[in-house]
Design a protein around this ligand. Structure first.
Ligand code: GUN
Ligand code: ZN
Length: 425
């Protein structure tokens, strides 16, 4: 059975960071979905001729995009989002670690995993790459909750064997063994993919980093995620803890944790050598703009997108919003502070294909290419009076969508499809 979904369908045949942004996109009138996958995009007449028996769902002049892809978040921090007054290390100790300590309880983990995915979908996010907690139960809960919704998610056990409370520490050996068991259980189960997850160098001994580096070498098709150079205090701490390292990135590289399938969250205060090594190895960095302003971390350099893959992410709950629209707005504001006006095509591309590329998954999600999984978000570009009065006199699609990027939230999300199925409200 084929369904034709009608609206203003925005596809990106090219990368707007390498093509003039307004030329990187095309507008279609319909997207065809069959068996959970995209069967085609095009003009309405052509699509009706190609799929004569299709049923139609008409979203009027709403904008249809691939579902948003959140390339770095912490689902266990859902209920501490928007906690006041701290910077990174204090914020971790005051809010994050106490919240994460509760995830030994499978009932709690399941409840928060479900709430987090419900919130994500309400905001138009159909794929997420999450840190779980030290507890294997938190990983089981994440993949089970996503599997029940048929969502493509990534996640892994967050490993820490020092500088964390007693009830949130594992060891080099248990981090390796529990990660290996979870990887065997969840990597490739349904649409789930396991991610090897050392939290960051300050909370892992060199032995633990090496154990996880060895695990990654055994499973090179897995992603590995961690944090890199988010705050200057953190970088100074890493320098103290790893006196032989050339820089922060070197603490990962020396333990087998730098590679093409590595995802480095934040990556704000980088040395030139670190930029060069990230680019040479083909690694991806993930921009977490609402978090970087909320926790006071710094201004990410979007110029990195010319040299390496860059994903976009909420970083819930260091980030202050579940919305990838708000996240795009923050990315725009940060780029403005650095003297660059990011075109809306770049923002939308980062939140979809850019993040999917960072996850090495652009063949499955983040685009409207034929054969891709049919995860879609439908945006009402006049969802509030303030947005409507601006978008109604837009000269082109970019002027029509930019007010929703800057001022939109979950009210702009008119519909969401996961693997071709419309998600009930
Ligand atoms: N660095 C290490 N852990 C975290 C975390 O949970 N959130 C953020 N924003 N940075 C981190
Ligand atoms: Zn993070």
């Amino acid at each position: 059975m084929t369904t034709l979904i009608l609206g203003r369908v925005l596809a990106f045949p090219s990368d707007p960071f390498t093509t003039p942004p307004q030329d990187a996109a095309v507008l279609h009138e319909a997207v065809a979905v069959a068996d959970g996958r995209i069967a085609g995009t095009g003009a309405l007449d052509a699509m009706r001729a190609r799929f004569p028996d299709a049923e139609e769902v008409d979203h009027g002049d709403a904008l249809i995009l691939p579902g948003f892809v959140d390339a770095h978040m912490h689902y266990p921090q859902t209920e501490i989002i928007a906690s006041w007054g701290k910077r990174l290390i204090d914020w971790l100790n005051t809010y994050t670690f106490p919240a994460e300590a509760r995830f030994h309880d499978p009932t709690h983990a399941a409840e928060v995993a479900n709430r987090s995915l419900t919130l994500a979908l309400a905001h138009g996010t159909t794929s997420l790459c999450s840190y779980c907690t030290i507890h294997p139960e938190s990983v089981d809960a994440w993949f089970a909750a996503a599997g029940a919704r048929n969502m493509a998610v990534w996640g892994g056990k967050t490993c820490m064997d020092r500088n964390a409370p007693d009830d949130l520490r594992d060891t080099a050996q248990t981090a390796h063994d529990q990660s290996a068991a979870l990887l065997a259980r969840w990597h490739g189960t349904g649409r789930g993919r396991y991610v090897i997850t050392p939290r960051f160098s300050p909370t892992s001994t060199p032995e633990q980093l090496a154990a996880l580096g060895a695990l990654w070498a055994e499973h090179p098709d897995c992603l590995m995620q961690t944090h890199l150079s988010e705050q200057t205090d953190e970088i100074a701490w890493v320098r103290d803890l790893f006196s032989q390292a050339r820089d922060y990135l070197d603490t990962y590289e020396a333990h087998g944790l730098l590679g093409e399938r590595g995802l480095y969250g934040h990556a704000i205060h980088l040395e030139q050598r670190e930029r060069d090594r990230l680019a040479e190895t083909g690694a991806a960095v993930v921009h977490c703009p609402t978090s970087n302003t909320f926790i006071g971390s710094g201004l990410f350099d979007m110029g990195l997108a010319r040299r390496m893959r860059v994903g976009l992410a909420t970083d819930t709950g260091g980030g202050s919003s579940f919305s990838m629209l708000r996240t795009m707005a923050a990315a725009y504001e940060i780029a403005q502070l650095r003297g660059e006006a990011l075109h809306p095509a770049k923002l939308l591309w980062l939140a979809t294909e850019g993040s999917a590329r960072a996850l090495h998954a652009a063949d499955r999600i983040g685009t409207l290419a034929e054969g891709s999984d049919a995860d879609l978000v439908v945006l009402d570009l006049a969802s509030t009076p303030a947005i409507a009065q601006r978008s109604h006199h837009a000269a082109d699609i970019w002027e029509a969508v930019f007010p929703t990027i800057m001022m939109g939230d979950d009210r702009a999300v008119a519909a969401v499809y996961v693997a071709g199925q419309r998600v009930p409200r």
